[in-house]
Design a protein around this ligand. Structure first.
Ligand code: ADQ
Length: 462
């Protein structure tokens, strides 16, 4: 069997507290790699002022980690600039927040070249190389230039935007051409895949073939949707662990019998947190009977605090929280608890299980693993209701949720209310359907499908 070599911007070893608050990519990759073992290559999270980075190699369990440091200047331009202030907002349809800077792009290409050069000596001919996410789109092309002929696949964790939005990127054609060097391009949903095809067709640089293949820039590759899943059984087990039960009992005692609504996200403008708070305010406004009967716990882990747009959104969320508590709070009831830090996954799973409603209302999201974790954590006797944005990739699969348009504040408030009064048998019916979906399409299913497709030969005559 071929060895799996995973490459992502950031490498987060399993052990210790860092994994406890890891984002979606880390959670997914780690769960996928744990089973097969292999290499995980990427940035260490450290920066240096000068000098040539030297890879550090260490092994934990069946995974060999190889990490490199970044030059401070590259960190600022490649990561803080091109990845987080160009590609991230653009791919999430936030043209208004996207900045375009040639120096950032040059640095992005340079870091990808550096990654390729540093990875090269570790590669064997029959390795399956699996590159992750928007930070590393040109990596496949760089590896090819070094002479790597083996299978290289790419998975995009965030949405692939519609052509109209994507072409605003001054280097849209260069990145698309870079993608054509992979044997396999994986996207989260059929909508992303449609957008990918649409670009090739409208820009006259390619077209679809039979069996999931595409011809692009004179090369033939496979492009397919692979909706990422979670380790469903593992997360369900976590929710009944001692740590989860202790945390949820403590939270439950503080609620004094009130129903819990929960939101958990990285503090990111794509997650729709300010809109969600406005919807909660509308719930309290339009359904006065719910006042003093519910508590919203919004847990937002700090994220990318070096980016100014994130600081601005943090201020907005803080202002909205203060306003809601000031407006509706009683001396013996605060409607909202806003917590600006991460919790361990076990603790979160306990909170999910306790809550009547899980609010997952991003304005745009590649998939959203929190939605799936929320379902996995529920108990059959008293399951909660998932209120899910139609703009999360997860909405494609999870039709048992209450699907909402997060921009429609009144409608989100109505969905919350519906969840609060929903009879037990309807909650159970919906939850069983949702659970079956995330059990069938779990993380193993995702990894296996991707790796099988990557290993599949492409008929050159096609
Ligand atoms: P993210 O944008 O990070 O991921 P998501 O898929 O929801 O979003 O994953 C977040 C992960 O971090 C979850 O496992 C969650 O439990 C954890 N997390 C979130 N807030 C936390 C907190 N306050 N404390 C502790 N843990 C917290 C990116 C894309 C997504 C895509 C994933 C995977 O943006 O669309 O689903 O990658 O492909």
């Amino acid at each position: 069997m071929s060895r799996l070599v995973v490459v992502s911007n950031r490498v987060t070893p399993i052990s210790g507290s860092r994994a406890a608050t890891a984002g979606g990519l880390t959670v997914g990759v780690l769960a996928a790699l744990r089973e097969t073992g292999g290499i995980w290559f990427g940035w260490s999270g450290e920066t240096v002022e000068t000098g040539m980075p030297i890879p550090k190699v260490f092994r934990t369990g069946n995974i060999t980690y190889i990490t490199i440091d970044l030059l401070q200047a590259d960190f600022e331009r490649y990561y803080g600039g091109f990845a987080n202030r160009t590609l991230w907002p653009l791919f999430h349809y936030r043209l208004d927040l996207a900045s375009f800077d040639r120096d950032w792009y040059v640095s992005y290409r340079r870091v990808n070249q550096l990654f390729a050069e540093q990875l090269y000596p570790y590669l064997r001919d029959d390795d399956l190389v699996w590159v992750h996410d928007y930070h590393l789109i040109p990596l496949g092309e760089e590896l090819r230039q070094l002479g790597i002929k083996g299978r290289i696949g790419f998975f995009l964790h965030i949405p692939f935007p519609s052509t109209e939005v994507y072409v605003a990127l001054p280097w849209h054609d260069r990145l698309m051409e870079a993608l054509s060097h992979y044997d396999l391009v994986g996207l989260q949903t059929s909508n992303d895949l449609r957008n990918f095809h649409d670009y090739l067709y409208r820009e006259g640089v390619g077209y679809g073939l039979a069996d999931g293949l595409v011809r692009a820039f004179g090369r033939t590759l496979r492009a397919q949707d692979f909706p990422i899943g979670i380790d469903t059984e593992d997360f369900a087990r976590m929710a009944t662990s001692t740590e989860a039960v202790r945390a949820s009992q403590r939270l439950s005692r503080s609620l004094l019998g009130r129903k819990l609504i929960i939101g958990v996200d990285r503090l990111d403008y794509t997650k729709g947190i300010t809109e969600r708070l406005r919807a909660y305010e509308t719930l309290l406004q339009n359904y006065p009977r719910q006042r003093t009967q519910v508590t919203l716990v919004q847990i937002s882990a700090p994220s990318r605090e070096e980016v100014p747009e994130y600081l601005e959104m943090r201020r907005q969320v803080e202002a909205a929280s203060g306003r809601i508590n000031g407006l509706f709070g009683e001396f013996d009831w605060m409607p909202l608890r806003y917590i600006n830090r991460g919790f361990t996954r076990r603790t979160l799973s306990g909170f999910f299980r306790l809550s009547r409603i899980g609010l997952v209302t991003p304005l745009r999201d590649g998939m959203n693993l929190v939605a799936k974790e929320y379902i996995a954590a529920q108990s059959e006797e008293d399951p909660g209701v998932l209120v899910l944005s139609r703009f999360a990739g997860a909405a494609d699969e999870l039709d048992g949720a209450l699907i909402v348009n997060p921009y429609d504040i009144e409608a989100v408030a109505e969905a919350m209310h519906r969840g609060l009064i929903m009879p037990l048998d309807e909650r159970q019916d919906r939850w069983r359907r949702l659970l079956a979906q995330i059990q069938e399409r779990d993380i193993v299913h995702w990894r296996q499908n991707f790796v099988d497709a990557l290993a599949q030969e492409i008929d050159p005559t096609n």
